[in-house]
Design a protein around this ligand. Sequence first.
Ligand SMILES: Nc1ccn([C@@H]2O[C@H](COP(=O)(O)OP(=O)(O)OP(=O)(O)O)[C@@H](O)[C@H]2O)c(=O)n1
Ligand SMILES: C[C@](O)(CO)[C@H](O)COP(=O)(O)O
Length: 230
Amino acid sequence: MEYDVIIPAAGSGTRMGAGKNKLLLELNERPIILHTLEVFAGEPDCSKMIVVIQPKEEKIFREMTVGSPYEKKLAFVYGGAERQHSVYNGLKAVSTGIVLVHDGARPFIRRPVIKQLVSEAVRSGAAIAAVPVKDTIKQAVDHEVVQTIDRSSLWQVQTPQAFRLPILQQAHEWARAEGYLGTDEASLVEKKGDISIKIIKSDYDNIKITTPEDLYFARAILEKRAQLDG
Ligand SMILES: Nc1ccn([C@@H]2O[C@H](COP(=O)(O)OP(=O)(O)OP(=O)(O)O)[C@@H](O)[C@H]2O)c(=O)n1
Ligand SMILES: C[C@](O)(CO)[C@H](O)COP(=O)(O)O
């Protein structure tokens, strides 16, 4: 089943502390964002990669991708103040019945997980990548423990998140009308309350590169995968 993928890439990388968009930082001598694009570029069912960027970075993003084998698969749209606004803007460029949203900051997503998400979204309407929580999770207020959350039903949610297009469009329009801000697409769909969202078990190394130590993890993941790919 054909799908478009929205790739939010318009953040500022504040937590990375690099003084620039972290997706422009290099991993094995190539900007992080190119690693992410190359995953979907190789997916025959992915018809368009809608890369959401900051207007001031349009030149650098176009220069990075011009002449690439997947240049014709790319569309650039401008982002907004929050990740949710960026995704909303990306939605306007979607022209397929299934849409995926995948953080540009997650370059290690594997194709079998993408395929399972798309199949589930076709079947039931909504599916998200996640991994079971490994640590004990506690709620605290002012650094004082309030309670321990039973982790047997807890998942650490990632992207891609896959939806039938009308489901995501309606959820974003609802959130816009309500002024609701969520940290992922599924939280908006959940609020609408009328759709069951399935979890597809993903990989622990589908990390979101967010803080400086994630760059060490990222290099180790690349090294391990190079070994596995022989
Ligand atoms: N207004 C925004 C904010 C984030 N993103 C994108 O959403 C993804 C996940 O966001 P996050 O990891 O938080 O990236 P940043 O917002 O850049 O990081 P920070 O919160 O540390 O500034 C990233 O690929 C980021 O580029 C976006 O497109 N538009
Ligand atoms: C969408 C997400 O990657 C799921 O874990 C996460 O919520 C993004 O959070 P961020 O603070 O915008 O990076």
